[in-house]
Structure formats: C-alpha cells, structure tokens
Design a protein around this ligand. Structure first.
Ligand code: FE2
Ligand code: FE2
Length: 226
C-alpha cells in the first residue's frame, strides 16, 4: 500500500508534466502551421527561403523573452501569431473609422510585418543549465540570452536578416519592422532617431499599426511564466 502511495506521488508530477507537454506541443504545432500557412499565401520573391530558414531555426520553439512576455518554449511563435491577430483586428477597426487608410494597410504587409517583426530573436535564447544537488548539470525551466552571434540590435536586425534571405520588402514593411519597438525605445533614443521614428509613423500607417499590435499582444494577450 505504501509502495503504491509512493509510486503514485512520484508519477503524478510526471503525468502532469507529460500532459502539459502534450498540450504545449499541440499548441506549438498548431501555431507553427498557422504561421506557415499565412506566409505561404504571400507571393513575394524570397518568401520560400524565409519559410525554409524559419523551419530550420528555433523560431517555433524559442521563447519571446527571458523575463517578460512569452518567456517559455514556443513563446516567440505564439507572440508573432498574436501580433498578427491583433494587427488584423486593429486594421479592421481602423478601416471602419477611416476607410481611406485601406491602400496603406494591405493584408500581405500585415502578415509579413507582424509574423516576421521579431525574427531578430532567432538563435539567441538557450535553456538555462544549473547543477543539481548531485553536482550534475541539468536543464532548468528558464532561458539565458546571448546576442553575440549577430549583434545588430532589434528591429533593424530583423530587417537585415530578411533582406539577407532575399525577401522583397516594401518601404512601409521595412519601417514597420524596424520601428516596431517604439513604445519601449522612446526614452532612450537620440534626437536623430526620434526624428526618424516620427517621420516613419507619419509616412507609413503600417508602422503605427504594427507598433500598436506588438504592444497589445505583449501586454494584453500574453503571460509571463513565474
Ligand atoms: Fe520586438
Ligand atoms: Fe514583438
């Protein structure tokens, strides 16, 4: 009887973890398919290469951050898909209020800018290791970050990676991806960069829309794992 009690107590966390992992893996796979299906609808030079690169990278399993939103496996893809969903809803609301915006907010651009704005986070996160009580290194449930492979910044790095892959981007898409972090960056920027951000927002409605969608997804749709 005692044996079964011990067995049960030792199995419960494993079963729960497996059940969680199974659910988590299903969620990751669904998000992955949704993202790839959307990207495949884009008839644009270089998109095939971008899709192959994403599939070979850690894009679909990486976290979105170490300490903030989406700080868990699959967080980056989940965040990217959330930004897409928020951007589509915001576009609809914006066009109801101001239909003249339609030519500036094509759905192809929404798909590209929202799903690919954070590709700068590919290949920078690693699962944290720590020594257990036996002195053996083991993986923990959190991440470290290392930017040293291609240290170019954030939005600008996403743009450069996509252009290096040969993806044809419009000027509005480049601006939207480059400046998607505006809300977080503003207090830290030089006069020149602030001038560029304002000019980009004035010139490209897509820029404002992606900024809003990014902030909306991170603050209102996503969780931080304790
Ligand atoms: Fe970002
Ligand atoms: Fe983001």
């Amino acid at each position: 009887m005692v044996f079964y009690a011990i067995l049960w107590h030792s199995l419960v966390p494993i079963l729960q973890k497996n059940r969680y992992n199974k659910f988590k893996n299903q969620t990751i796979m669904t998000i992955k398919e949704n993202i790839l299906d959307l990207l495949r609808t884009i008839n644009r030079q270089g998109m095939d290469k971008v899709i192959d690169w994403l599939k070979d990278s850690d894009f679909f399993v990486a976290p979105a951050s170490t300490n903030f939103h989406g700080n868990y496996e699959g967080g980056l893809a989940e965040h990217s898909f959330n930004v897409y969903q928020a951007a589509i809803q915001l576009r609809e609301a914006a066009l109801k209020l101001n239909p003249t915006l339609e030519p500036q907010l094509p759905t192809d651009s929404i798909i590209i800018a929202s799903l690919l704005h954070d590709v700068c986070k590919v290949d920078v996160y690693k699962i944290r290791q720590r020594k257990n009580e036996l002195g053996v290194w083991e993986e923990c449930d959190s991440y470290t970050v290392d930017y040293s492979k291609f240290p170019l910044g954030h939005g600008e790095k996403s743009v450069i990676l996509l252009l290096k892959l040969g993806l044809e981007l419009t000027d509005a898409e480049i601006a939207a991806i480059r400046w998607h972090m505006t809300a977080w960056y503003l207090p830290f920027q030089s006069r020149e960069i602030l001038g560029n951000i304002n000019a980009a927002k004035n010139k490209y409605s897509l820029c404002s829309l992606i900024q809003m969608a990014d902030g909306f997804a991170a603050s209102l749709m996503e969780e931080k794992k304790a």
